[in-house]
Design a protein around this ligand. Structure first.
Ligand SMILES: NC(=O)c1ccc[n+]([C@@H]2O[C@H](COP(=O)([O-])OP(=O)(O)OC[C@H]3O[C@@H](n4cnc5c(N)ncnc54)[C@H](O)[C@@H]3O)[C@@H](O)[C@H]2O)c1
Length: 352
């Protein structure tokens, strides 16, 4: 494992993206997004992703600096074409627009298409919660982005089709549900692969459809199972609905369409809760709910009941100011990208 300070890592990632053609502010935004994910323990959507982004830019599939275009809009809606820029840049813009519209009109629905990997959806749900609003976000994936088998199927047909929801809270972090509709995010299997450890049972099947815990079986053409394991019809049905809302309604298209480049097509819905009740009452009632749920006999005394989003909020405050630990293959990828662009390399990891 390689220990590195978040600020050094952010500078390295920013310089790589700038060298690949991204404007400085965009490169910094994407770097900050990736590093924050590593800091809160979502390594699946951390710096491990940068290699793919830079490769996509090299192939001309990701267009650094492309401006988002509003195809059409009303006071409550907008359809955005992302121009194939970094997903984080486009999704931050789209979320900002949805917030602006909901602040004036009370509710808004914004769709995005032709957009590369947007990363951790929770980031945009947090952006909405910080504005005192409620969010629902749905995202699919095009082309080769498929990695999830439909319930009763044995082949990759869907992306891990994530969804996020947030409600502002008066607690350390917003109430935040942010999840893949597969049993886990695909990036988590990559992290197990990079660390050389097996995945938990029930996550993946190999290319013949047999249960597996070997990340290389997944990389070799296996698939993620839908959320719910034996009851996977629920995860699969959620993934199906995400396809309709994010892929079909955005005009992007369906996961796995071979004619499409990978695109995290999305639908972002924002609601002003104060149309329904004052913010103070929302916070008070949701605190009562949280306390009611936490006040229970625990299955394991060391594992308290959490509110959705508490894990991320706790990790954020626990890791403030600390170093990030990354597996060696991720460091090697960074070094290789820095070399490609003739940028300064990090010190070799100390043996102590
Ligand atoms: N861009 C993409 O294409 C894409 C695809 C799939 C997933 N993702 C991202 O991958 C990330 C990880 O997804 P995942 O499905 O593996 O998520 P996860 O299993 O790590 O977490 C899911 C949710 O459960 C909540 N949670 C965790 N432990 C809890 C507990 N004990 N009590 C209550 N709530 C708890 C978390 O706060 C989170 O909201 C997400 O950020 C998601 O947006 C992105």
């Amino acid at each position: 494992m390689w220990k590195v300070s978040p600020s050094r890592l952010e500078d390295m990632c920013t310089s790589i993206m700038r060298a690949a053609g991204a404007p400085g502010a965009d490169a910094r935004l994407v770097a900050e997004h990736l590093i924050e994910n590593d800091l809160i323990g979502h390594h699946s959507h951390g710096v491990i992703r940068l290699w793919d982004y830079i490769e996509a830019a090299r192939r001309g599939e990701l267009i650094p600096g492309a401006s988002p275009r509003i195809i059409s809009e009303t006071p409550t809606t907008a359809r955005i074409d992302g121009g194939w820029n970094f997903g984080q840049v486009i999704a931050t813009f789209a979320t900002g627009l949805a917030i602006e519209k909901a602040r004036t009109a009370g509710v808004s629905v914004v769709t995005v298409r032709r957009v590369k990997h947007i990363g951790r959806l929770g980031r945009y749900a947090e952006q909405v919660a910080a504005a005192g609003l409620v969010s629902l976000i749905f995202t699919n994936g095009g082309g080769h982005g498929i990695n999830q088998a439909p319930f009763r199927g044995t082949e990759r047909k869907l992306c891990s089709n994530p969804m996020a929801m947030s409600v502002p809270s008066g607690l350390a972090g917003p109430f935040l549900l942010d999840m893949a509709t597969s049993v886990a995010a695909e990036g988590k299997v990559r992290v197990y692969g990079a660390r050389g450890t097996p995945t938990p049972a029930g996550w993946i099947i190999d290319s013949d459809g047999n249960p597996s815990t070997d990340p290389s079986d997944f990389a070799g053409g296996g698939a993620l199972l839908p959320l719910g394991r034996a009851e996977g019809h629920k995860g699969y049905a959620l993934a199906f609905m995400v396809e309709l809302l994010a892929g079909v309604m955005s005009g992007g298209g369906i996961s796995g369409d071979p004619a499409r480049s990978f695109s995290n097509d999305s639908m972002i819905i924002v609601i002003d809760p104060e149309l329904f009740l004052p913010m103070a009452e929302l916070e008070e009632r949701s605190l009562t709910l949280t306390e009611h749920l936490k006040d229970t006999r625990l299955a394991d005394e060391s594992q308290p009941v959490l509110y959705p989003g508490e894990k991320e909020a706790e990790a954020r405050s626990a890791n403030r100011g600390g170093d990030i630990e990354l597996p060696d293959p991720v460091r090697q990828q960074l070094v290789s990208m820095l070399r490609r662009f003739s940028l300064p390399e990090p010190e070799p990891p100390s043996s102590g």
